[in-house]
Design a protein around this ligand. Structure first.
Ligand code: FMN
Length: 199
């Protein structure tokens, strides 16, 4: 048995997008294959970016290593309890300036887009992902030796979804709750309201 949280959409969207969701139940026995992880990183690598600047950076840690344990310790307590069971934790960071020290204005935008590629590839591989912004950014930066030009953005838990994983409340209830989104009409602004009227 698995939990399905298929997105409700006006018209069909690709199943990789409709079926993806962010679980907290991960199978602690499961190891993410090396080729699968490489596929995730390749998908991210080929994301578009402003001026092809590719500001995304990744640090991959595997469950069962000291690095994974240390990164887990730097997660917010509410994330630590379940993310420790994931097969891998990927720190995603963004390079904020180019080689000439000029700010990369779209660095965070581009990095988010690379993560969108990564999690969609994971879905295609049959892997679950759950992004986390709740972590000690200064601690991670220090631990990873990122310096001032590279900022930590998210940690992505990657692994195999486990429907039977034990979760304390309120996470157990959230795990089974349907996904929700604002209606499309809230997001697509009517043209007459968004265009400045010219006399
Ligand atoms: C930048 C970012 C930060 C997030 N931080 C956390 C987090 O710290 N803990 C957590 O449980 N989920 C976190 N999430 C997951 C979101 O809550 C989740 O993606 C959202 O509720 C939509 O659910 P879905 O991914 O299942 O569609 C984060 C997601 C993103 C994109």
């Amino acid at each position: 048995m698995t939990i399905r949280k298929t997105a409700t959409t006006r018209v069909p969207v690709h199943p990789l997008l409709a079926e993806r969701w962010s679980p907290r139940g991960f199978d602690i026995q499961h190891e993410v294959g090396a080729d699968q992880l490489t596929a995730l990183l390749e998908a991210a690598r080929w994301a578009p970016s402003a001026n092809n600047s590719q500001p995304w950076r990744f640090v991959v840690t595997h469950r069962g290593t000291a690095e994974f344990d240390h990164l887990t310790d730097l997660l917010a307590p509410g994330n630590r309890v379940w993310a420790a069971n994931a097969g891998a934790l990927i720190l995603v960071a963004a390079q904020l300036v180019d080689d000439n020290g000029q700010p990369l204005r779209f660095a965070l935008y581009d990095t988010g887009q690379a993560v969108a590629h990564l999690i969609t590839q994971a879905q295609a591989e049959g892997l679950a992902t759950h992004q986390m912004g709740g972590f000690d950014t200064a601690g991670v930066s220090d631990f990873m030796g990122l310096g001032t030009d590279v900022t930590p953005v998210v940690v992505v838990a990657v692994g195999q979804f486990d429907d039977a994983a034990e979760l304390a409340e309120p996470l157990a209830t959230r795990e089974r709750a349907p996904r929700s989104r604002r209606p499309l009409d809230d997001l697509v602004l009517p043209l007459d309201a968004s265009v400045r009227q010219v006399a």
